[in-house]
Design a protein around this ligand. Structure first.
Ligand code: CTP
Length: 389
């Protein structure tokens, strides 16, 4: 159980903060709401206090002092800017300045406001101070528009709260000073100017790993292969749309301390795709595909002592686990992450995963959990291997 200060700022997503309060209370946390005047235009402060099973205190400072975590959800562009600049013009911003523990914010605003360089600069300031962001995500916005700017769902925010509280028991910056490279997404191999061979990987698992490595203080590079989710801010992103790009860029960072190959790399490509669109002629289109380089195998062959290499094996349940064990040995990786693709509720494009972590000295099952929790388990295991070196 932790003491959570929940700041709610003025946006329509304030109504979702009510659900967040309920989830936090149900998870056993002691929630103290700080409702800005803007938020009160949408939901009365009384609602939050009733859901938090507490009363609005004349002197909130004892609550502020006891808090383990400050969460601001939703966070408007205006309060984001006020936090970045250290203003203290209402109770929430005063509390933010007085609070010395972790801070998690869930921005919610119009896409144009989110993308504006001023907001992005403010976000970078907050990230550089160790503030964690959850969302915003793509979806329907208040004005009926679609785009990025929607507040992350309360369940996702709760998951991040739990991850931060668990991480609080771990040494902060456990990967600080180390370079971590993560490949994510799925490569696309051109067939002609418009068509490609690809696969279903969204990049969510890789992005969760990037966020976790960043949280642990690593210098992170993301090799991004056609992500369908936004890349986190504050890291180096190298676009690697094809297997050839990924091979070149991964080998260029082959001296990193930890390399996680979470991307689904195409095993075959068309050697000479047409530069224009192939017209349809009714006849079968016969193509001959050539194998691509196995990037992880190449990294394994060239590995330096002390480095940790992590591979993924998304496979069917029956022989999949055994195949994953064999792949780990063959590719000279330290750790392989197996997940069962015959399950529709985990893996591809799903927010959750369930994996088996296979290493030299044993196996560990990680039960179904959000990808952020799985990412933490994978990096715990990678750190364990690192510490033995
Ligand atoms: N991988 C890679 N380069 C490739 C293919 C795969 O680096 N050309 C990496 C993946 O990123 C993953 C691991 O190897 O970390 C296992 O990938 P997977 O596709 O499961 O294994 P393959 O060796 O390609 O075997 P198969 O497709 O036959 O299952």
């Amino acid at each position: 159980m932790a003491g959570v200060l929940l700041g709610v700022t003025g946006g329509i997503a304030a109504y979702k903060a009510c659900t967040l309060v309920r989830l936090l209370v149900r998870a056993g946390h002691d929630v103290y709401p700080i409702i800005t005047a803007g938020a009160e235009r949408f939901v009365a402060a009384e609602t939050f206090f009733a859901l938090a099973r507490t009363t609005q205190s004349g002197d909130p400072y004892p609550h502020l002092q006891r808090a383990d975590l400050l969460v601001v959800a939703p966070l408007t562009a205006n309060t984001l800017a006020r936090l970045a600049h250290g203003l203290a013009d209402d109770l929430l911003t005063e509390a933010a300045l007085a609070h010395s523990g972790p801070v998690l914010v869930a921005p919610a605003m119009n896409s144009r406001m989110w993308m504006h360089p001023a907001t992005q600069a403010n976000v970078r300031v907050l990230l550089s101070r160790g503030v964690e962001l959850v969302g915003p995500v793509e979806g329907e916005l208040a004005e009926g528009e679609e785009g990025i700017g929607r507040m992350a769902e309360p369940e996702e925010i709760l998951t991040r709260v739990e991850a931060i509280l668990v991480a609080g028991t771990r040494t902060p910056g456990s990967l600080s000073g180390l370079r971590v490279v993560v490949s994510a997404g799925g490569t696309r191999e051109p067939l002609d100017a418009v068509r490609y061979l690809g696969n279903r990987s969204s990049g969510r698992m890789g992005v969760a790993l990037v966020e976790e490595a960043q949280r642990r203080g690593a210098d992170v590079t993301l090799l991004a292969a056609n992500l369908t989710v936004p890349a986190p801010l504050g890291i180096t992103v190298v676009e690697t749309p094809t297997a050839e790009d990924l091979e070149r860029e991964a080998l260029a960072c082959a001296d990193a301390d930890v390399i996680v190959m979470a991307a689904a790399v195409a095993d075959y490509r068309l050697p000479s795709p047409s530069a224009s669109k192939r017209p349809k002629d009714g006849a079968p289109w016969v193509i001959e595909l050539a194998p691509t380089t196995d990037v992880l195998r190449a990294l394994g062959a060239a590995r330096r002592p002390g480095q940790v290499l992590v591979g993924f094996a998304a496979d069917g349940a029956d022989s999949g686990l055994e195949r994953a064990r064999e792949k780990r040995r063959a590719k000279r990786a330290d750790l392989f992450v197996f997940n069962d693709i015959s399950r529709p509720d985990i893996g591809f494009d799903a927010p959750d995963n369930e994996v088996v972590l296979i290493s030299e000295d044993g196996e560990r099952e990680v039960g179904k959990a959000p990808k952020s929790v799985i990412a933490a388990a994978i990096l715990d295991e990678a750190e364990r291997v690192l510490s033995k070196r």
